[in-house]
Design a protein around this ligand. Structure first.
Ligand code: GAR
Length: 205
């Protein structure tokens, strides 16, 4: 009997290029995982179309149809638990998750963020990096806790900022790195290669 594959739930809000990078890694057998569920909080997110094209379960859950955040998060948790998911991956998911959701999947939620955290948490971060004048930016994969973009850092990639960069060109070069480090971070987790030591995430050989 073959063992069950490591199961992912991917939460999205938009274009879904990071979802695509995960799908591609799985299809190339670089990632021994399966995407059990894709959930979007945005109805027409292109990410749902990508899920559909690859025969994955895709679901739009409308936060507005719940009376409060807890109700919405309870529904999210139920859907994800019903698929016995091992890891929840936020991939351009633009809603802040609260205590209820985070406690339901303690240390099993990760996010990709387009800056070198702890610099530039939050929104419009490529623009803010340019305006601030930093010479390097990049991207970060981190565990999700209740502090926005504040959880322990799993991996990062550095992207230099050029004098002729604008928000679009910088975002594009950062995104290329996101597509490399996100599937790689998922692989480290499914191979049980990471140890949390306080805020540090140690990478075991
Ligand atoms: C990516 O750049 C991701 O890092 C960012 O949104 C974009 C989603 O692109 N996420 C955040 O800013 C989360 N705070 P995608 O939908 O093509 O993957």
């Amino acid at each position: 009997m073959t063992p069950d594959k490591f199961k992912l739930a991917v939460l999205v809000s938009g274009r879904g290029s990071n979802l695509q990078a995960i799908i591609d890694s799985i299809e190339k057998n670089e990632l021994q995982a399966e995407i059990a569920l894709v959930i979007s909080n945005v109805k027409n997110a292109y990410a749902l179309e990508r899920a559909h094209k690859h025969g994955l379960d895709g679901l739009f859950l409308d936060p507005k149809s719940y009376s409060d955040r807890n109700g919405y998060e309870q529904s999210l948790v139920e859907h994800i638990q019903s698929k016995s998911v091992n890891l929840v991956c936020l991939a351009g998911y633009m809603r802040v998750l609260g205590k209820y959701f985070i406690e339901a999947f303690s240390d099993r939620i990760i996010n990709i963020h387009p800056s070198l955290l702890p610099a530039f948490p939050g929104l419009h971060v490529q623009k803010r990096a340019l305006e601030h004048g930093v010479r390097f930016s990049g991207c970060t994969v981190h565990y999700v806790n209740e502090e926005v973009d504040g959880g322990a850092i799993i991996s990062q990639a550095v992207v230099p900022i050029f004098d002729n960069d604008d928000e679009a060109s910088l975002s594009e070069r950062i995104l290329e790195q996101e597509h490399i480090i996100y599937p790689e971070a998922i692989r480290l987790i499914l191979e049980d290669r990471l140890t949390l030591s306080g805020r540090r995430v140690l990478h075991n050989k």
